[in-house]
Write a protein of this length. Structure first.
Ligand code: SF4
Length: 89
């Protein structure tokens, strides 16, 4: 049976949130700055000088969400929290 190659993952689940790196044609200066300012060193330069994301030590400080809020390269979702929330009347 043929199995598709596993796609590189650029998202991570942290504390009930999913943080997703949404690549653009080029990494923005804001995204590149996260290699210096993420307090948990979750962003680093990888192959082709592109930014890679690993949530290993993420503390959900929110810095990446703020810094890349205008570029759309970092998205946060809360699927676990949404599923656990009571329905709105
Ligand atoms: S939430 Fe904070 S610690 Fe986690 S990846 Fe973003 S900047 Fe780094």
């Amino acid at each position: 049976m043929h199995r598709a190659a596993k796609r590189p993952s650029h998202s991570a689940h942290v504390g009930g949130f999913r943080i997703e790196l949404r690549r653009r044609a080029e990494d923005s200066a804001a995204l590149r700055a996260l290699t210096r300012i993420c307090p948990s060193a979750c962003f680093r330069f990888g192959a082709g000088d592109r930014i890679e994301f690993s949530s290993e030590n993420c503390t959900l400080c929110g810095t990446c969400r703020q810094v890349c809020g205008a570029t759309g390269e970092i998205a946060w979702f809360a699927p676990d929290r949404i599923a656990a929330s009571p329905r709105l009347a």
